[in-house]
Ligand binder design. Sequence first.
Ligand SMILES: Nc1ncnc2c1ncn2[C@@H]1O[C@H](COP(=O)(O)OP(=O)(O)O)[C@@H](O)[C@H]1O
Ligand SMILES: [Mg+2]
Length: 256
Amino acid sequence: MIPAIAVRRLDKRFGATRILRGVDLMVEPHERHALIGPNGAGKSTLFNLIAGAARPSAGRIELYGADITRLAPAAICRRGLARSFQTTSFFAKLSVFDNLRCAAQIANRDRMRWWQRYTATREGDGHAEQVLEAVGLAERRDVIAGTLSYADQRALDLGLALASGAHTLLLDEPTAGMNRAEAARAVELIRTATAGRTLLMVEHDMDVVFGLADRISVLVQGEVIATGTPDAIRADPVVRAAYLGDIGDAAQGAAG
Ligand SMILES: Nc1ncnc2c1ncn2[C@@H]1O[C@H](COP(=O)(O)OP(=O)(O)O)[C@@H](O)[C@H]1O
Ligand SMILES: [Mg+2]
């Protein structure tokens, strides 16, 4: 099987410091894969490299078998990989629906011909309506995006990635800054919205990780020290010693 994302022997140096050290990571099509590890391990750096926001010092990145190592972010996005940013990425003065419609239209643009414009626009609107439902913002349809609560803004952010037609999503700490109830809602949203898609996410909340991920990779000091199912990761003595030891209770608690 061709992996959705294949990271091979990836290195990233900042000056003399080697931040990523020969990272190998395989994300299978349609799996939800969590990347965990201590602060400063290089998780966000790895996401930047996959999304094309930074260039690796060595190694290779493939999206469904195609080499994307040297592509610009927009080119990678057009190939169906979307990334949700911590910072807001929508138009604050447009309504929720208009934001989604814009994302859907931009996604359509490449496929469109001038004589198809009218149909394509209607298709884009239909798609935006579906996404609106999928991310639970139907009741916020005509609200100005900048006035949404933080949790709803994150939901819109996810919606924009879906509206762009992405088949592969990178989410960096999607529940950061949320309270328990908001985080629980975000998890359900991510679960339903990513069905049939591929998800790679960084997450610190072990309840979220162990509840959502099909597989987990553990990054410590720029190296992937383990990849496996939640049960295998929870039981892995190397992982416990290097990372989960600190937060073992959370990992344990998520089992129940
Ligand atoms: N642009 C940069 N220049 C220099 N060092 C950086 C840069 N970006 C990240 N780093 C360093 O790389 C290491 C990994 O950072 P990061 O990828 O953000 O870790 P994580 O997301 O796992 O917490 C940190 O030590 C950080 O200070
Ligand atoms: Mg980070």
